[in-house]
Design a protein around this ligand. Sequence first.
Ligand code: NAD
Length: 413
Amino acid sequence: MSNINPYVSALKRLEKVAEVIHLNRTVLEVLSRPQRVVEVNFPVKLDNGEVKIYHGYRVQHNNARGPYKGGIRFHPAVDMNEVKALAFWMSMKCAVMDIPYGGGKGGVAVNPKELSDSELERLSRNFIRFIAPVIGPKEDVPAPDVNTNAKIMDWMVDEYEKIVGHSEPAVITGKSLAKGGSKGREIATSLGGKFVLDEAVKRVGLIKRPLKVAVQGLGNVGGNIFKLLSEDRNYSVLAVSDSKGGIMVDSLEELDFEKVLTHKQNTGSVVGFTGTRQISNEEILELGVDILIPAALENQITRSNADKVRAKLILELANGPTTPEADKILVEKETVVIPDILANGGGVSVSFFEWGQNLKGESWPEEEVFTRLKEKMIESFKGVWENSRNYQTDLRTGAYVLAVKRIAEAMKI
Ligand code: NAD
């Protein structure tokens, strides 16, 4: 990842939309800063008996529309600017999706792959102890993000419940089913992305079949979109990557999801999968495919490679993969970008369903979750599409127009 400050990128987008809709100055000033930032230094006992201090954050950007909502990331590159940007994007995303939440985000600067399972558990529990005073089911509701998952969410809820002394499953979403999670949450971000991708393909008029796809970042989100696209004959995935590099096949072939996944599980990476050519994480962005899906980290498409992107459509499943400078180049090239705050909104939508089920003591069948998710994604896509047409602008600006107007309205009230 480059050293571009993602919070500066986030603010550039806000300033652009403020100009487009002649946003009230006070609203602009309020949205330019998070409402609260919490920085914690907390100890974790390692298996060898040593105690190490870790640095973590929780940023609460805006709660005009409801409790702060956003994931917790474990990654060595986590810092305050990244968490501030991610919290800002959550406010925008929840507004685009018309979910009654504000935006928040958290993170710990750590490489979880270097920790044992019990060290990871102690780290997760201690982090929650330190941010417990500012979270709660009606205040701020965390969820998983990069390198965190249902098991980690379960530890965190359990720790929170010990602190408050009663059951409180709605404090965190993305839990396991046993701990009150929602059916369908694991795949929700990718499935939501697939719903908007299908819609965009129809509207943009990409008629060739199958549409060739490259996916950068084969984690929860990237892995699940690879699976969903492999099951649909309209798409064929030619290239995928993870942090160790990427692989691709010839344009007449496609990658077999199950076999690639088994190879990754056995070796720790997709690299080296039989019958493929190795490519770098930079090359995967520049392949001659129809659809590019960044599903890893921020700042992947920048001013230095945007003109080399050959895909006609980009589905941003990662948060912040494209910088504002790259946006300009892509708009000029007429590349259609489905922006992160819409494309990956399926995750927070099912998190919202999970929260609702927890508060009411319900458990919905998977079919109901997916039906509601589809409705939410298509409705949000239409809102973004109409705003971009009304303001004669790109989809990202259309999405920000929709989001900022909704937040501003709630702030006025
Ligand atoms: P994850 O930890 O499950 O997976 C991340 C993947 O990215 C891993 O496979 C890792 O190997 C790979 N990766 C890391 N650095 C890379 C690089 N430089 N190039 C290529 N691959 C690299 O995380 P995730 O939950 O799948 O999240 C991925 C992205 O989606 C993030 O931007 C996250 O904020 C966003 N997102 C996630 C959710 C969710 O529900 N998990 C929801 C919305 C948005």
